[in-house]
Design a protein around this ligand. Structure first.
Ligand code: FEO
Ligand code: CA
Ligand code: CA
Ligand code: CA
Length: 647
């Protein structure tokens, strides 16, 4: 047995370490970890026994070679020499600068940033106050994440999720940056949701079109229809909506998706962080615990001005969040619909493909340690020009089960397999998936489908609890299969290939496209897979998207300390992967303390839009306006200086 594969001490923070931080510095999953600690082993003998078992297991895997799980790694270097490179740029080095860095021969510009007014009755952002509820409701929201470019009747639309708010900059004045007044709460809610903004290219410079009739804001207060099997279920009924068919708002909209019929899908992720209980003796139910709902919210204080966020008074309100939401951005008055059939969990994105038989398949990750990967297969087929309203309401939801022999199955979540009603499966999807024995994953983030091959890629961002703690439902998180490293610090990118090149098939094969790591300070599994080198290393892959040339763009949301386990990795970044050879090259480095997330292209493919989210979320950036300015989440446009398409 190789000693390099024994249990490794890492620098991962413990919940106690994190409590010492200002809580506004905590990420959502850190907050969940503090408020919902997983059962932890304290018995030394048990820990030792597990360690031995785990070492034995890893040893077994490595005995066959961990690389057996890796995509065509044996051919990686040879293939690189014989195939023409798909990297039409000179890869860049990592850095920790407070700006965007891209290769020579490319340029970038800011298109839109948090607080930019979309209508002339809005006001420019007042950085001292973070604006008002009114100014925010008329402006681009905060923390842009997943996004799409849509061309409609000659107009160019950017549709972007505004995942959450940066408390330091949106609420700079209130104590601990927590809302103290109704206006604070309304401003916070208006910073969330979705922004639809028309943009225009004026001689190479992208500008927003103020007052465009297509501009739209959807916030945490916008009425949204609840559709699918859970609509009207008693679990969704509230005092304000006794029929259980209309929710107010969508928030924590993370990744996205686009349907072939032109609608936009926006995915509700960490919805639990907005709910609190005024009754400190209220007992949290098993279902609430599974979704991270507790007595305390994540510092949002929405309940002080909007009672529906008080679970003691409105226990069903949280059941109305955690869904995929669909609307048509081409019509600013189009209805907005929650699609309960796609399940309720911490949705990352929704990757839509049309199967051979024209049924609609949606791949979706649940981004929490030890949660699952899902897919939905529609009952009906997509016929261009025919009604699409019901396509995402009827079908089968599956959870992925992985086997160590690189095969896997999609397990259906039905009343027969779960002993739950159809509506309960839609509302308490995590519990249903546990019942059938889905594989607990290392935080599934974005899923991307290859444009020409029947292949699916999923970013498994990291999981410090792997092999150490069960998930919130008590499901074990053993080391193995697509989650091969204990206390996984760096993350990996998984590849799935449906059997028979058929997205509706319930069987698949899997491999790992990349196991992130740091080959400059580690050997063995912590160094990462063969295609991870000192020149391209990164941690915590998150956003994934293919371009039309079949190149896989990889965005990161990881540690940016640039030291210890993360030495030499610099700021968060965007890389390009060649899924034929396994090669990976770095294209972009973001500013300080940002996450790079959200990616789309103009119709002529000459502009690539990239999301820069929460620069300076710990107070260390002035991106993009420079010193004396608050940092602002932004969408940037990247172009080639020779004017050629960029993907
Ligand atoms: Fe909003 Fe899992 O990222
Ligand atoms: Ca993400
Ligand atoms: Ca992430
Ligand atoms: Ca994020």
């Amino acid at each position: 047995m190789s000693s390099k594969l024994s249990l490794k001490q890492t620098t991962t923070s413990t919940p106690l370490d994190m409590l010492a931080h200002n809580d506004e510095d905590l990420s959502f999953d850190e907050f969940d970890e503090i408020n919902s600690p997983r059962p932890n082993n304290t018995d030394f003998d048990t820990i030792l026994q597990q360690a031995i078992t785990r070492r034995g297991f890893i040893g077994g895997v490595v005995g066959f070679g961990l690389s057996q799980f890796l995509l065509s790694n044996s051919s990686t270097s040879q293939a690189a020499g014989t195939q023409q490179s798909i990297f039409d740029f000179e890869p860049i080095k990592t850095n920790s600068l407070d700006t965007v860095t891209i290769p020579k021969g490319f340029s970038w510009q800011v298109v839109v940033q948090w607080g930019d007014p979309l209508w002339s009755d809005g006001a420019p952002l007042d950085e001292k106050t973070g604006g008002t509820a009114h100014s925010q409701s008329r402006a681009f929201g905060d923390n842009n994440d997943g996004m799409s470019f849509i061309e409609h009747n000659g107009h160019n639309l950017l549709v972007a999720n505004n995942e959450y708010i940066n408390k330091r900059t949106l609420l700079p004045l209130p104590k601990k940056h927590r809302p103290q007044t109704t206006d604070d709460v309304l401003k916070s809610k208006a910073g969330h949701g979705i922004s639809v903004v028309e943009i225009i290219n004026n001689g190479g410079k992208w500008d927003i079109v103020k007052d465009s009739p297509l501009n739209r804001r959807i916030t945490a207060d916008t009425p949204i229809e609840i559709t699918g099997p859970a609509a009207g279920d008693p679990l969704l009924q509230t005092k304000a909506d006794p029929a259980g068919v209309e929710a107010l708002g969508t928030f924590n909209n993370c990744g996205n998706g686009l349907t072939p019929w032109g609608t936009y899908l926006t995915c509700e992720e960490n919805f639990n962080g907005y709910f609190s209980s005024s009754d400190k003796n209220r007992k949290t139910t098993k279902e609430e615990k599974r979704y991270g709902l507790r007595q305390k919210d994540y510092g949002y204080n929405w309940a002080i001005a909007d009672e529906r966020f008080d679970m003691a008074k409105h226990p069903n309100e949280p059941n109305r969040f955690g869904y995929v939401v669909e609307f048509d951005p081409r019509d600013p008055t189009s209805p907005i619909k929650k699609r309960t059939k796609l399940g309720r969990f911490k949705h990352e994105n929704a990757e839509v493909v049309i199967a051979k038989d024209n049924r609609v398949v949606v791949y979706m990750g649940d981004d929490e340690r030890g949660e699952f990967l899902y897919k939905f297969v529609s009952r009906d087929i997509y016929v261009p020009g025919k009604p699409t309203e019901k396509l995402l309401n009827k079908g089968t939801l599956y959870v992925a089960k992985f086997y160590d022999d690189q095969r896997g199955s999609w397990l259906p979540l039905t009343p027969e397999t779960t002993s739950m009603s159809e509506a309960e499966i839609c509302i308490h999807t995590r519990l249903a998936a546990s019942k059938v024995g889905g594989t607990t994953m290392d935080r599934p983030e974005w899923v991307a489908a290859h444009p020409e091959k029947t292949q699916i890629y999923c970013a498994l961002t990291n999981n410090k609890n792997r092999g150490k703690k069960p998930n919130q439902g008590g499901d074990e998180t053993p080391v193995g299969g697509p989650n091969p490293r204990a206390q996984n610090l760096y993350g990996q990118i998984l590849k799935l290939e449906p059997i028979g090149e058929n997205h509706t098939d319930t069987q698949f094969e899997w491999s790992l496209f990349a196991l992130a790591g740091n080959p400059t300070i580690h050997h063995g599994d912590m160094a990462g897979s063969e295609n991870i080198t000192p020149d391209n290393m990164f941690n915590s892959p998150d956003g994934l998207a293919f371009d039309t040339r079949g190149r896989l763009w990889i965005q990161t949301d990881g540690k940016t300390t640039n030291k210890d386990d993360f030495a030499g990795m610099g700021n968060n970044q965007m890389l390009v992967g060649d899924t034929n050879t396994g090669q990976i090259a770095r294209f972009l480095v973001g500013p300080k303390e940002c996450e790079v997330t959200g990616l789309c292209w103009s119709r002529d493919r000459k502009t690539m839009f990239v999301g820069i989210q929460h620069p300076g979320n710990k107070g260390g950036s002035h991106f993009p306006l420079g010193s004396n300015h608050s940092p602002r989440s932004s969408i940037i446009a990247v172009t080639r200086d020779d004017g050629e398409p960029i993907g």
